[in-house]
Design a binder for this molecule. Structure first.
Ligand code: PLP
Length: 434
């Protein structure tokens, strides 16, 4: 007996099977929550298979976790996917290459800070971070410094859910504390304050200096610490880290998986500090949220180190590395972004969010409202009641996914002012309810 009969699944049956068999992010098994069933998505709207709180359609305030910057079902990205699909959806990358990957890599080198020259195309942000860590450790190992194998990072960060990334996520408040004691032990500096504080900068410099003998790299999310707490900080700290790493012989990794492709107002957040890393991770908006792809870029110095080693290759090669469909869509997404005044669009979002979320600041239980580029955050003084907060947003016709004490938005750049206004109203309603 097959579990499902042919033809469309009735929503009730779909949810029953979902609860019984399908694992969702950070969820128990069998499932307890009732996810909304999305039937299709277009522009900035998600269409539900069955109305929720009377809504058939929801305006998407999340860009599917920072990724769908151009909205859904975009004709240009659809065309890129369709054209590539007719040619070749996938081929192994060992011993073979193809135009979408080569074009994409060259384009990424062109648009990222100058010294980054080499690109490893993988299939998710977490793997891009794994590859970054591997590059750094292998670099030092090849140069005869195997003791340089630890990482220094900020508390309050988030770099993904696989092993090395988990080890540099927030060890205290974070979702990976279950694994403390099992994960590789890394070094943590306090989370950076919002404004530039010379005393804090001094402690950062001192931490790099003190541990340089055992440090392979410093890894941070530049300007915005995302899933670890949606905190913003002065770009000045990136300059401090760059100087300290140069002075003490430590590599610097910027994880721009969330911040890349314009979200903070500059194409890459590192641009706000005018510094470049030795290794950079990209993902999420790389394909405009269409397909799973991530990239790890490094300088020639990092690559040269690796190639001088006893094992002179970077020993990593995922099956779906450089997937041609994803690479073609990524190339089209970058062209689409850079072919328009994206910075103006992000500025427009920033002022719309600033105005629209100011109301939330007056609500009881709201600790702080902060906006940067296309990111709006309302921080409560208590843990969000997820069902109440999400329910209030859905009633207002908007999709939000709060976590911890945070209700936040990161709309697709194509969202118009009217929809942005509705998203802001929904955030306020959500903050009042949650
Ligand atoms: N790094 C940062 C800064 C992220 O925000 C995320 C995802 O939220 C990741 C890494 C992990 O990416 P992925 O979920 O694609 O594995």
């Amino acid at each position: 007996e097959p579990l499902t009969a042919p033809g469309p699944l009735p929503v009730g049956e779909l949810l029953e099977l979902d609860r019984a068999h399908v694992w969702h992010p950070y969820s128990p098994m069998p499932g307890r929550a009732d996810p909304l069933v999305v039937a299709s998505a277009s522009g900035v709207r998600l269409r539900l298979a069955e109305p929720a709180h009377g809504r058939h359609e929801l305006i998407d305030g999340m860009s599917s976790w920072w990724s769908a910057i151009h909205g859904y079902n975009h004709p240009v990205l659809n065309e890129a996917a369709r054209t590539q699909l007719e040619r070749m959806s996938h081929v192994m990358f060992g011993g073979l290459t193809h135009e979408p990957a080569v074009r994409l890599a060259a384009r990424l080198v062109e648009i990222t800070p100058e010294p980054l020259r080499h690109v490893f195309l993988s299939d998710s942000g977490s793997v891009a971070v794994e590859v970054a860590v591997k590059m750094c450790l292998q670099h030092w190992r090849s140069l005869g410094r195997p003791e340089k194998r630890r990482l220094l990072t900020w508390r309050g960060g988030y770099h993904g859910d696989t092993w090395q990334p988990m080890a540099v996520c927030d060890p205290d408040g974070g979702m990976h504390r279950l694994w403390s004691g099992v994960l590789p032990r890394q070094l943590f500096a306090d989370a950076p304050p919002a404004g530039f504080d010379e005393a804090y900068a001094k402690t950062l410099r001192a931490a790099v200096a003190r541990h340089a003998h055992e440090l392979a790299a410093v890894i941070v999310e530049p300007v915005v610490q995302g899933a670890g707490g949606m905190r913003f900080h002065s770009p000045g700290y990136l300059r401090v880290l760059r100087e300290a790493c140069d002075e003490h012989g430590v590599l610097l990794v910027f994880d721009e998986i969330a911040t890349g492709f314009g979200r903070t107002g500059t194409l890459f957040a590192a641009g706000q500090a005018g510094v470049s890393p030795d290794v950079m991770c990209l993902g999420k908006a790389l394909t405009g949220g269409y397909l799973s792809m991530a990239a790890t870029l490094c300088t020639s110095a990092v690559a040269d180190g690796i190639s001088r080693g006893e094992v002179p290759v970077l020993a990593h090669g995922p099956t779906f590395m450089a997937n041609p469909l994803a690479a073609a869509v990524a190339g089209a997404s970058i062209d689409l972004l850079l072919g328009q005044d994206w910075a103006q669009e992000v500025k427009r979002l920033e002022s719309g969010l600033g105005e629209g979320l100011a109301e939330a600041g007056k609500l009881p239980g709201v600790r702080e409202v902060r906006v940067l580029g296309g990111i709006g955050v309302v921080q409560l003084d208590h843990e969000v009641d997820l069902a109440a907060a999400t329910g209030a947003a859905v009633r207002a016709g908007v999709w939000l996914r709060p976590f911890r004490d945070l209700i936040y938005v990161m709309p697709p750049y194509v969202m118009d002012d009217a929809d942005l206004g509705r998203v802001c109203e929904a955030v306020c309603a959500s903050a009042a309810a949650g």
